[in-house]
Write a protein of this length. Sequence first.
Length: 221
Amino acid sequence: MNYVELLQRLSALDSCGVSDALDSFGLSGVADGLERRSTREKVVGRVRTMKLAAGLPLEGSRTHLGTRSIEEAKDTDVIVVEQKTGIRAACWGGVLSHAAKQRGIRGIVVEGPVRDVDEFREVGMPVFSRDITPTTARGRIHEAAINVDVEIGNVTVSPGDLVIADGTGVVFIPADAAEAIVAAAEKIVARESLMVDAVHGGEEITKVMGKDYETMLGTQD
């Protein structure tokens, strides 16, 4: 799979078109309830994951959470964090955002709280999260693993999956179906673009969004 070319194609789409394409394959990838905290940028990239746990680490690395992911990331990556410990502590903040921006990381998606919102707005790092809080992670939560499967909303996300996040929401695309999903989304978006053109051309909306619209997704083989 040519990830660079696929990400370029995905960048021309939106979360709604990708969600519709997933529907047509009977797949789910929508992580509902995550909100955009900074910038107005659409985020498109390859997933790099981080999973957090409660308390201090019992063994292994004691590096601050997020630092390994930033150092290992490429400029095609989006860091996706699972913080489902039940502890209201932020797992992403200002210093990490500066470092991620410096590294060329495309964005951050967090299942859990973040902090330093004003700071990563200032630095221009796109961040989507479940919640916000000023409370630090230090002494409360730690990095349990990186590059493992994580749960974001009700979606299982794996390293190497693709993600698109925009003003409507966050949608994940399984790596093994990415080419087919992107191709299907392109067809859906192209058809809806023609529908918009028809509306601006004076065609009645009841005709433009007739019965064919309700079945336009169909079922993919």
